[in-house]
Design a binder for this molecule. Structure first.
Ligand code: N01
Length: 532
């Protein structure tokens, strides 16, 4: 394997890695990007399960760094499908000739900082691949599948698919008895598609989930034209909202509205569809009582949709709405009205084991031909903790983060000079529209590297004190928040043994952007620089 000596090594060729290549090249840095996939696209390369699509409107879940790109590309649906997003990623790679700087089919196993040489050495399983002054981890927040440990799983004779590493070839469920384990976004999107083909579908649910209808459809060309005419304004407005999505977020408290007013507002948002349902009132994620009003509305919708009241009961979430990431669905609840679809509540009937031909739950064998595991990801820290990352004094990141992530702004880590993370823990990342959030990090990191070059600096490192203060701040604002009261992948509670720490920054995108700008305005406050 060829060794690459370059200014910047990038791990991951998803939307973050691709934008990094483009921007760093523009600034005159030499780059080499590595990805274990055989193509670009990151999460959209791997998540090919039936029904996979974005839950943020395509016109907003897209790059804005190049106006000609956003003017030229035409999204065809309100919420783009996985194939269309992957096509877009490939279009961007071709348009900016990014692939020549990417080594595919190459999973980085270790990244070690060489203090004397002031550079990072990256290796895959076969040996040294790159030596670079800087290393940027663009490894994604949801890129490591969470695989459940179920007795007998390895004995099952039929095919087993994880939604997060779906095969490239089309899987035909026609006439098969299928089981799906999990009821998060991936399951909620795939279940209606699987049910359309399968002879029987059994869904194993541990926690019921809220889903708001997508009301997806073709993008009206006239609407697209209007959006494109005002794209810049739309992007600017989006940056002023908590989640980086251009939409109307009410600030008035739900509890000050009358029940009739609330019902009308929730109904209006239900009919509009999508994640911005939670923008109905300003206190939905602050007050349990307010949250209950929205949760009750959605539970009533589930009961209206699902004909069997016992099944509807099982599908009605008991926890707060928006605690786990809200899901956006197309025909999910209606699917349970089909005679060949059944729902098993794992709290009442836990899986005892999997045999060669069946799932045994609650003392009963449910015969299946294939199994779909939709149990999500080891989120936010999983990809970084899976790489042997060593900083100063060969200190291991795995040790530093053993009790939860400690990072400065989700961008840098004390003791790990010249290492950056894109949308790392402690940044708003997964609580926002990821594309603009990725771009904000990429722009910040690239500007930092350019500033260092101008000043003759060769080493940058987050200060331990600044890092500790930011990590405390991230923890302090999440402690009283309703969101941190629900078990979720934000907290790592979906992965057995993972420390329960609320990982993303809950202060919202505008506050975070301001903080990043202030850091720069104050001479990169919280970072120290030196020259070799
Ligand atoms: O994963 P999840 P996901 N036995 O963690 C259950 C993004 N995404 O892949 O809630 C039985 O949400 C688990 O139960 P519980 C999006 O950000 C985006 O669906 O932990 N069940 C849960 O029901 C999303 O939030 C899109 O009790 C087990 C399910 O598996 C994130 O990815 C589409 C279990 C996992 O749900 C993750 O979504 C898809 C076990 N041992 C995903 N372990 C878009 O639209 C876990 N579960 C862009």
């Amino acid at each position: 394997m060829k060794q690459h000596d370059c200014d910047v090594a990038i791990v991951g060729a998803g939307f973050a890695g691709m934008h990094l290549i483009y921007r760093l090249r523009q600034l005159g840095f030499s780059v080499r990007c590595f990805d274990k996939a055989s193509g670009v696209g990151g999460t959209w390369y791997w998540n090919r399960y039936p029904g996979a699509r974005c839950d943020i409107e395509s016109v907003q879940y897209s790059y804005q760094f190049d106006d000609a790109l956003q003017q030229d590309w035409n999204w065809t649906e309100r919420y783009a499908t996985q194939p269309e997003i992957l096509k877009y990623a490939n279009h961007v790679a071709d348009r900016f000739d990014l692939q020549r700087d990417i080594t595919f089919d190459c999973g980085i196993a270790s990244a070690h900082y060489d203090e004397a040489g002031q550079c990072w050495g990256l290796r895959d399983a076969t040996g040294c691949l790159a030596r670079a002054r800087y290393c940027i981890m663009a490894t994604g927040c949801l890129s490591v599948p969470n695989r459940p440990e179920i007795k007998g799983l390895e004995r099952f004779a039929g095919p087993v698919y994880h939604t997060g590493t779906w095969p490239h070839e089309r899987i035909d469920f026609t006439g098969l008895r299928v089981a799906v384990i999990g009821t998060g976004s991936s399951a909620i999107q795939s279940i209606p598609h699987i049910a359309r083909k399968a002879a029987g579908l059994t869904v194993f649910q541990r926690t019921a989930n809220y889903a708001i209808p997508a009301h997806n459809g073709p993008l009206d060309p006239e609407r697209l034209k209007t959006i494109k005419a005002g794209y810049g304004d739309m992007r600017a407005r989006a940056k002023t909202t908590y989640g980086g999505i251009d939409a109307v977020y009410n600030t008035e408290p739900a509890l000050e509205a009358t029940p009739a007013e609330r019902e009308a507002e929730y109904e209006r948002r239900w009919q509009a569809g999508g994640l911005t349902f939670l923008g109905a009132y300003g206190d939905l994620m602050l007050s349990k009582q307010a949250n209950d009003t929205a949760a009750d509305f959605v539970r009533a919708k589930i009961r209206q949709t699902v004909k069997d009241p016992a099944v509807a009961d099982r599908l009605c979430p008991a926890n707060i709405i928006g605690g786990k990431r809200l899901c956006v669905d197309i025909g999910y609840f209606e699917t349970y009205n089909l005679d060949h679809v059944s729902l098993i509540d794992l709290n009442q009937h836990p899986i005892e084991e999997i045999t060669e031909t069946a799932i045994r739950a609650g003392g009963k064998d449910i015969a299946i031909d294939c199994l779909v595991i939709a149990t999500g990801f080891d989120a936010m820290t999983g990809a970084l903790m899976n790489i042997d990352i060593r900083g100063r004094g060969e200190a291991l990141l795995q040790n530093k983060w053993a009790n939860g992530p400690i990072a400065y702004l989700g961008l840098a880590i004390a003791g790990f000079p010249n290492l950056f993370t894109v949308t790392g823990p402690g940044s708003p990342s997964v609580l926002t529209n990821m594309l603009p959030t990725i771009e904000q990090h990429v722009e910040w990191i690239c500007a930092c590297l350019a500033a260092m070059r101008e000043r003759g600096h060769t080493v940058v490192e987050a200060d331990g004190k600044a890092e500790a203060a930011w990590t405390d701040h991230v923890r302090d604002i999440s402690a009283p928040a309703l969101k941190s009261t629900t078990g979720s992948w934000y907290l790592g509670s979906n992965v057995p043994g993972k420390p329960a720490v609320f990982m993303p920054y809950l202060g919202g995108l505008p506050a975070y952007i301001e903080k990043c700008q202030d850091v720069v305005a104050n001479g990169y406050e919280g970072f120290s620089f030196s020259a070799g």
